[in-house]
Design a binder for this molecule. Structure first.
Ligand code: NI
Length: 395
C-alpha cells in the first residue's frame, strides 16, 4: 500500500530524527514501573546535560527537569512528558523489545520522552533567537498517582513562572498523520471505589437464618446501573463500572460478605458529587431492605483534564494548518491522565498524536502486550510540538 502523505518536517527535525529513534528504542528496551524509573532518570539527565540545557536536575524522586533559556525576554512554556511503563510482559517481536521481565512501555511513554528530548535539542540549538524559555518536565508515575503533583511541588511551575503548559500522548487508536484534541474536558477524573456488603453467613439449606450477601450485592449492582442512566443529566457524562466482585466460599455456604471494586469517571465536580451521593443512597436503601450493612470507600486520584479554550483554539488553528482540517478528531475520552494537575495550575492544552498504521500492521491497543506505534509519528510530534511552543513564545 502507498505510504500516506505526511505533513512536512523542517530540516533541523529531519537531522535529529536518527537520535530521536535511538532514544525511543533505548527507552523502550529498558522500561521501568512508576516510582522506580531510576535508570530512565539517569538516562534523561545524561542526555539533557549532553545537549547542554540549563537547570538540569532530578525532580519528584525519579523524574527530571531542564530549561532552555532564550536569548531574548518572553514567556515560559512548559512541555511535559511522562516516563513510566506498565507491569505487562511484552509480546512484540521488535528488536528493541523490553529486556526487563514483566515490564513494558505499553502506553508509549517512551515516545513521549524521545519527542521531549528532541524538542529540547531543537530549542537549545536556536536558543539565541528565542523569546522566553521552555521548561521540560519528565514526569514519573503517570500510571500510578502523584507524579504530576510531585513535579509541581519541586517547583517546575516557577523560576521562570510558567505561562502555558503543553504536552501530547501518542495514540495507537488514531491514524498516523491525525491529531485528536478539543477544548474543555478531554480526560475524566478517575474515582476508584470499594464497596463491602456484610450480611450473615450460614448453611445454604437454611437461607432463612442468614442474610445472603451475594443476593444483596446482585440487587445493588443492578440498581447502581441507574446512577448514570437515571440520575446524571443526559447532557453530562459519567461512567460507573464495577470491575471486580468477590464473595463466598463454596456452593453449600451462604456468603457473609461481598466486595465490589470499580471506577467512576466524571468531567466535573458536581457530577462526581452526584454520582457518589446516589451510589451511597442506593446502597443504603438496598442494604436496609435486606438487613445487610455496607461500607463505601472512594478516592479521586486526579482532577479531570480540561483544555483551556484560548490555548486550545490556537493549537487547533496550528493543527489545521499542519495536519489539515480533515485530520483533526475532536473526541474526549473517559480515560484519565494526570497532566490534568498541570492544567489545573496553568492554562494549557494536551492532545493525542496519531501513530496507528494498519497498512503496516500497527494496530494494537494501549496497555496491551502487543502495543506498537508507527515511529513515523515521532518527527511529526517534534515538528508540531515545536510549532505550538514557538507560537506561545512569540506572543
Ligand atoms: Ni499513557
Amino acid at each position: 500500500m502507498a505510504k500516506p502523505a505526511l505533513p512536512p518536517v523542517r530540516s533541523a527535525v529531519r537531522d535529529l530524527t536518527p537520535q530521536l529513534l535511538a532514544d525511543r528504542r533505548h527507552l523502550h528496551q529498558h522500561p521501568e514501573l512508576s516510582w522506580q524509573e531510576t535508570e530512565t532518570q539517569a538516562y534523561l539527565l545524561r542526555r539533557l546535560t549532553e545537549i547542554g540545557l540549563s537547570d538540569v536536575r532530578p525532580i519528584a524522586r525519579t523524574g527530571a527537569t531542564a530549561l532552555v533559556e532564550g536569548g531574548r525576554p518572553g514567556p515560559c512554556v512548559l512541555w511535559r512528558a511522562d516516563i513510566d511503563a506498565l507491569p505487562i510482559p511484552e509480546k512484540t517481536t521488535l528488536p528493541f523489545a523490553s529486556v526487563n521481565d514483566g515490564v513494558m512501555h505499553a502506553c508509549g511513554h517512551d515516545a513521549h520522552m524521545a519527542i521531549a528530548l528532541a524538542l529540547a535539542r531543537l530549542f537549545h540549538q536556536s536558543r539565541q533567537q528565542l523569546c522566553g524559555a521552555v521548561r521540560f518536565v519528565f514526569q514519573p508515575a503517570e500510571e500510578a498517582s502523584g507524579g504530576a503533583a510531585a513535579c509541581i511541588a519541586d517547583g517546575v511551575l516557577e523560576h521562570p513562572r510558567v505561562a502555558v503548559a503543553l504536552g501530547l500522548h501518542i495514540s495507537a487508536d488514531i491514524p498516523l498523520g491525525a491529531i485528536n484534541l478539543a477544548p474543555g474536558p478531554f480526560f475524566a477524573a478517575p474515582t476508584a471505589f470499594r464497596i463491602t456488603i456484610t450480611g450473615r453467613g450460614g448453611h445454604a439449606a437454611a437461607p432463612h437464618q442468614s442474610v445472603d450477601a451475594i443476593v444483596v450485592a446482585a440487587h445493588a449492582i443492578t440498581a447502581l446501573q441507574t446512577v448514570v442512566s437515571r440520575s446524571v443529566p443526559p447532557s453530562e457524562q459519567a461512567v460507573l463500572t464495577i470491575g471486580k466482585l468477590q464473595a463466598g466460599f463454596r456452593g453449600n455456604v451462604i456468603a457473609e460478605s461481598a466486595t465490589m471494586t470499580g471506577t467512576i469517571r466524571t468531567y466535573t465536580r458536581p457530577v462526581l458529587d452526584l454520582t457518589i451521593r446516589r451510589t451511597e443512597e442506593i446502597l443504603a436503601g438496598i442494604c436496609a431492605a435486606f438487613g445487610a450493612t455496607f461500607t463505601f470507600e472512594h478516592t479521586t486520584s486526579c482532577p479531570p483534564l480540561v483544555n483551556d479554550p484560548d490555548v486550545t483554539a490556537a493549537v487547533l488553528d496550528l493543527a489545521r494548518g499542519y495536519f489539515g482540517p480533515d485530520h483533526i478528531i475532536g473526541v474526549p475520552t473517559m480515560g484519565a491522565e494526570d497532566m490534568s494537575v498541570f492544567l489545573e495550575a496553568r492554562p494549557g492544552c494536551y492532545f493525542w498524536l496519531g501513530a496507528r498504521n494498519e497498512a503496516r500492521g500497527i494496530a494494537g491497543r494501549h496497555h496491551d502486550p502487543g502495543f506498537t506505534i508507527d515511529e513515523d509519528a515521532l518527527p511529526l510530534g517534534v515538528e508540531f510540538g515545536a510549532r505550538i511552543i514557538e507560537h506561545f513564545l512569540s506572543r
